[in-house]
Design a protein. Structure first.
Length: 219
């Protein structure tokens, strides 16, 4: 069966940086949001959200954060702190944390503690020096694995997860099942839009043998 041509092609070589950004954030959706805490070399805490974020592999356990630094080549606080200490903590953002997350997104100077501005209670990290936000449903403590410089002001930070905190009511410690409804995570869409993850459905991948049986039954 032939399908009508109903797609629009965009050649990235012909688009500006801003135009490429708009296409990417509108198509790669939803994106998980990492609320990242760090400390500088003097122990001053910082927090900032990043939606260019995901987990890449489990062995070793690696997460990636895309950081856009300033056009004058200055590092954002998160990137600078990770370079100085080699540590950071990724917090999964749930629906209840959205307002405080957006406060942490404000472009404060390095002298401002975003966690205090947002009223977020924290405790000391377990394996890392960065603080843990108590209200987050999960916190992934990470050590810097690799930093990839992908442009004059852009870098991808790979972190190895050394341990994870999960809300006790959302995880079964015996079978490691995590209740995704209780996690109530949000995702980033295009522009200023977010989505909730409460509308869920299951799809189980068939084995090759199950697929052959299914095909035969449908003939």
């Amino acid at each position: 069966m032939s399908l009508p041509e109903n797609h629009t092609w965009f050649d990235f070589a012909e688009l500006s940086e801003r135009e490429r950004y708009k296409i990417l954030i509108g198509t790669v959706i939803p994106r998980p949001v990492a609320l990242v805490t760090t400390v500088d070399k003097n122990g001053k805490p910082n927090a900032g959200p990043f939606s260019f974020f995901n987990v890449l592999t489990h062995d070793p356990a690696i997460v990636a954060i895309g950081v856009e630094n300033y056009s004058d080549m200055r590092f954002k606080d998160t990137a600078r702190n990770i370079r100085e200490t080699g540590e950071f903590t990724v917090h999964i953002v749930d629906d209840a944390l959205v307002r405080q997350m957006e406060i942490c997104a404000i472009k404060f100077g390095p002298e401002v503690n975003e966690l205090a501005e947002a009223g977020l209670a924290t405790v000391a990290g377990n394996r890392v020096g960065s603080p843990r936000i108590l209200a987050a449903p999960a916190a992934l403590e990470c050590r810097r694995h690799t930093t990839l410089q992908v442009g004059p002001a852009r870098e991808i930070i790979l972190g190895e997860v050394v341990g994870v905190y999960v809300r006790s009511d959302a995880v079964n410690p015996e079978n490691l099942h995590i209740d995704q409804q209780l996690m109530d995570a949000i995702g980033r869409m295009g522009g200023n839009t977010y989505c909730r993850t409460r509308d869920q459905f299951d799809v189980k991948t068939l084995t090759k043998e199950q697929w052959e049986v299914k095909k035969d039954a449908e003939r």
